[in-house]
Design a protein around this ligand. Structure first.
Ligand code: HEC
Length: 153
């Protein structure tokens, strides 16, 4: 009897620890993906300032920023969105539940960003016109995903 009771207690503790772990894992993933997004915005912002003529074009700086975008957009995006890390479950995130019902589309929108980043990476150092021509398509992929999968506020 005592053995049964301690087995029950052990099982309960294990599942509680499992739930806590899942919650921590969700929080860690939310922090990681928001940091990753901030880096995207950092590099995109630098390129945008040059494309809009707010800072002088600099081939080296443009290449560094475009390299950054390409690197960040090549991570496995889906694994940063574990089940239960949506904004209905956790107020820290703006990730809409639609992500989990349309995961293939969500992941393909991140692949669109990576594809556009590869072109920008190849062209960013080739002068202001080349930067301008390839900046818009990258920025467009950010908005296309946010519109459907990120809460407005
Ligand atoms: C495939 C979808 C997708 C693409 C592409 C994407 N984002 Fe996001 N972004 C998200 C989601 C989802 C969130 C909300 C994340 C959260 O709060 O957990 C987000 C959040 C953000 C945030 C807020 C981060 C924070 O601190 O809360 C910024 C800034 C951002 N994105 C910038 C960008 C930029 C710049 C690009 C393009 C270079 C981009 N994103 C491309 C899905 C995407």
């Amino acid at each position: 009897m005592r053995i049964v009771r301690s087995l029950v207690i052990a099982a309960t503790l294990t599942s509680l620890a499992g739930a806590a772990f899942a919650q921590d894992a969700g929080k860690a993933a939310i922090g990681a993906r928001q940091a990753l997004m901030k880096m995207q915005a950092y590099y995109l912002g630098q390129l945008g300032m040059m494309a809009q003529g707010k800072v002088p074009y600099d081939a080296k700086a443009a290449t560094i920023a475009a390299n950054g975008l390409e690197a960040i957009s090549s991570v496995d995006f889906a694994t940063l969105f574990p089940q239960g890390s949506d904004n209905a479950a956790d107020p820290q995130t703006k990730a809409l539940p639609a992500i989990w019902t349309s995961m293939d589309d969500f992941v393909s929108k991140y692949a669109d960003l990576h594809k556009a980043s590869l072109t920008l990476q190849a062209q960013a150092g080739n002068g202001l016109d080349a930067l301008k021509a390839n900046f818009g398509p990258v920025a467009g992929t950010c908005g296309a995903c946010h519109k459907e999968y990120r809460a407005a506020n």
